[in-house]
Design a protein around this ligand. Structure first.
Ligand code: ARG
Length: 363
């Protein structure tokens, strides 16, 4: 019998029962011990699963949005193992989380890995834009080039545009991966416009409403949930200062700066900084006018401070990864920049796992 699994289970179950002030922990542990002896594994109750998923969020050192960890909606889909059923559950997740723009933090949990049997979603996020390698460079999102090629190998006909939503690819227990297009009516997107610059909408930029990370592994009490897509809502800098701005992503700072009439020949004109601010302002303005939840980085930092205070009151220490917690725009204007955090990884947590389609460790 796996001693290690039992030890991980015991640690988690004791924490769960103590924090939820439940009685009967010894009986539960005896059950689990028996189960691991009989069949090499054990099952979480829904209560344990829900608590585990929430605490995994609370322990996510790189996330600035953790104040809301306890309001995570947990869908238990451990009974599914047909690709079509998993697809339908994922479509339901997208609908529930999107909620016409009033985004709800949501996770859908599929059955955990057992020996070499595992469910894997090949997508990095359920909703993401394709990237096409062409002789003139990349069209679309350069971060998606590899996965886009995989989809094309599986028979996907990409439109070749800048913002084509990729299909969902589901692999069950090493079987041939199954690919499904997401119905258009499930995908909420926000066309970008600027509150003062009318030319901005002529750039024809947009982004999707809900970031649903689908390639990480949720670990609870020694069980590994290899398919457990989860989402919160966006902070504007993720879109305006990274996805659309990074040179290795959509690389739009030169385009925006030139439209603003800035001198892009001189670094000292601070054209990159000024373009960044206007791009971020456009993201906030567009999501707000379309009534799609988004948080600016100043409010997010204030919420994170509340989280830190709450954790302290509960006798815990908020762990964190400073390099990720500071926003990429005006970091020193937030308290996070002037604080330090313990980057210890507690469990339950969300971990990177081997890339499902290249079988390489992913970051
Ligand atoms: N940074 C990623 C993106 O831009 C999303 C990561 C999760 N973000 C979130 N707000 N929950 O797509």
């Amino acid at each position: 019998m796996s001693k290690e699994l039992y030890q991980d289970a015991e640690l988690f179950i004791r924490q769960c029962y103590e924090e939820l002030e439940k009685s009967g922990v010894e009986e539960r542990l005896a059950d689990i011990h028996q189960s691991i002896q009989n069949r090499g594994t054990y099952d979480h109750t829904f209560e344990e699963l829900e608590y585990g998923a929430k605490v995994a969020w609370r322990n996510s050192n790189r996330c600035i949005g953790r104040l809301f960890w306890n309001s995570l909606k947990v869908f238990d889909h451990r009974e599914l193992d047909k690709e079509e059923d998993i697809r339908d559950a994922l479509f339901d997740h997208i609908d529930y989380a999107t909620n016409d723009g009033r985004i709800r933090a949501t996770i859908s949990i599929f059955r955990p890995k057992r020996l070499s049997q595992e469910i894997r979603l090949w997508n990095h996020q359920l909703l993401r834009y394709a990237g096409y390698q062409t002789e003139y460079g990349v069209i679309g999102d350069p971060a998606s080039v590899e996965f886009t090629k995989k989809c094309q190998d599986l028979g996907w006909q990409g439109g070749g545009g800048s913002f084509d939503i990729l299909p969902i690819v589901i692999e069950v227990d090493g079987n041939e991966p199954q690919m499904f297009d997401i119905p258009k009516d499930k995908i909420l997107e926000v066309p970008l416009k600027h509150p003062d610059y009318s030319w901005f909408e002529d750039l024809e930029l947009k982004w999707y409403a809900v970031p649903i990370i689908s390639d990480m592994q949720l670990e609870i009490g020694g069980l590994h949930y290899t398919a457990a897509p989860f989402n919160g809502w966006y902070m504007e800098t993720e879109i305006g200062a990274r996805n659309l701005a990074d040179e290795f992503r959509y690389n739009l700072l030169p385009t925006v700066a030139e439209a603003m009439g800035l001198n892009t020949k001189r670094n000292s004109s601070l054209w990159k900084d000024r373009a960044l601010i206007e791009l971020n302002q456009a993201v906030i303005h567009s999501y707000k006018t379309d009534k799609v939840n988004i948080v600016d980085h100043h409010s997010a930092a204030q919420q994170f401070q509340l989280f830190e205070n709450k954790e302290q009151k509960c006798g815990r220490e908020a762990t964190g990864d400073w390099t990720w917690l500071i926003p990429p725009v005006s970091p020193a204007s937030t308290h996070i920049f002037h604080s330090s955090y313990n980057n210890r990884m507690d469990t339950p947590n969300y971990f990177y796992q081997e890339n499902a389609y290249t079988k390489n460790p992913s970051e």
